[in-house]
Design a protein around this ligand. Structure first.
Ligand code: ADP
Length: 163
């Protein structure tokens, strides 16, 4: 059986991310959601807020083999080694995602040849769901229901109100 790391910036965690976890939880013994920070993107939520929100969502979803951790420093392959995980799980929505992910996977392979990258294609209804677009919509009080879990939609509205 295999253990997978699902790393991302999850700013915020979307229904697309949840869909990947629901599908992959049937494929792996355990999935570790590793909350990181993408240095090239400005984040709306801090890592602790993300941890709290994703923990709530996973609890509600009833997925039992998903664990959530913060990993804001260091390489994901090093985390995988520490956790004795043998798979890096990623989602792919488009050809653009594919190119980006292939580069990451190749770089990871140079660092840890025994760790495999596994990709799941986004389900049709989530193909256009992206954290950055959701932020743009929520920022101008648009409707993001159906794109993010309800609790997260609420947190986003609060966040933008207090800015
Ligand atoms: P990163 O900044 O590391 O790309 P993200 O939080 O944006 O982190 O995404 C984490 C992973 O989830 C990536 O592999 C990304 O392609 C995938 N992903 C993002 N949105 C979706 C979606 N709607 N459906 C499927 N996979 C997705």
């Amino acid at each position: 059986m295999t253990k997978a790391i699902y790393a991302g910036s999850f700013d915020p965690f979307t229904m697309g991310h949840l869909n990947i976890l629901e599908r992959s939880s049937k494929m792996f013994e355990e999935i570790i959601v590793a909350i990181g920070t993408n240095t090239s993107k400005k984040s709306l939520f801090n890592p602790e807020e993300k941890l709290e929100m994703i923990t709530d969502v996973i609890k509600e979803s009833g997925l039992e083999n998903v664990r959530i951790i913060l990993h804001t420093d260091g390489l994901t392959v090093d985390l995988a080694r520490e956790e004795e995980a043998n798979v890096m799980l990623r989602g792919i929505r488009s050809v653009t995602d594919m190119e980006y992910e292939m580069n990451i996977a190749s770089m990871n392979k140079t660092q840890a040849p025994n760790i495999e990258s596994v990709f799941l294609m986004a389900d049709e209804q989530y193909r256009f769901v992206s954290s950055s677009l959701i932020k743009e919509i929520a920022q101008f009080e648009g409707d993001v229901s159906g794109m993010v879990p309800e609790t997260i939609a609420k947190r986003m509205i609060e966040k933008y109100k207090n800015m």
